[in-house]
Design a protein around this ligand. Structure first.
Ligand code: BEZ
Length: 211
């Protein structure tokens, strides 16, 4: 059965270039972005892993740990990381799981045989500190991911977990939010003292409550 949003994600222990990684221990009380890529020493993946590394301070700001995965070996990852560091102007210090036995790929449904035979596609999983799956996206091998979008979703999840708002199309941190439909407008005006604009009875906007 494929993983669905809200599911508790399965725990695993798998080797990496940093040694064995147990997901739950590694995560602790942090959020986790787990992402797979098709293979080491490939050009798109090289740019992606470099970007995730360069974004280190953005992950840290949000209490997020990153874990990459491919079905290549830890030794292969080690050599490739030297190339990533050299060409992408960074120092990769997060684990890249060496999922040679495909244990994690199978658990998380990262292999789509009709798309990419026996290799992991570009899956992204956002896992919250309760180990619940909060987002899952799958990209084709030929398309590098946009990790600014992953950060944007984490901002939205962390905001909406604590305030009764949702985030509208193309929202970015600091922009106006949508009041959730379950709150009547009168109550919303008390709850959101920065103001509520009622465009339609079902479409109410408020400045981001935690800014
Ligand atoms: C890449 O990362 O460059 C790549 C990997 C598999 C298929 C196509 C591109």
């Amino acid at each position: 059965m494929a993983l669905q949003l809200g599911d508790t994600v399965p725990d695993f222990t798998q080797n990496s270039q940093l040694g064995p990684i147990n997901l739950y221990d590694f995560a602790g009380d942090s959020w986790v972005v787990l992402f797979s890529h098709p293979a080491d020493y490939t050009p798109v993946c090289t740019t992606e892993l470099g970007e995730v590394s360069r974004l280190r301070s953005e992950w840290e700001k949000r209490n997020v740990k990153t874990i990459a995965l491919s079905v290549d070996s830890a030794e292969s990852h080690g050599g490739w990381i030297c190339d990533i560091n050299e060409t992408q102007n960074t120092t990769v210090d997060y684990p890249i799981l060496a999922d040679e036995d495909k244990k994690v790929s199978d658990l998380y449904g990262m292999i789509h045989p009709n798309s990419l035979n026996n290799l992991t596609v570009r899956s992204v999983f956002i896992i919250d500190p309760n180990k619940k799956l909060r987002l899952q996206i799958t990209y084709p091998a030929s398309t590098g991911r946009n990790f600014q979008e992953i950060l944007r979703v984490i901002d939205s999840l962390q905001l909406t977990d604590h305030h009764q708002v949702a985030t509208p199309v193309n929202w970015k941190d600091g922009e106006d939010c949508v009041v959730v439909p379950s709150i009547p407008t009168d109550e919303a005006r008390t709850k959101f003292p920065k103001g509520v604009t009622e465009i339609k009875p079902y479409l109410r906007m408020t400045p981001q409550p935690n800014k």
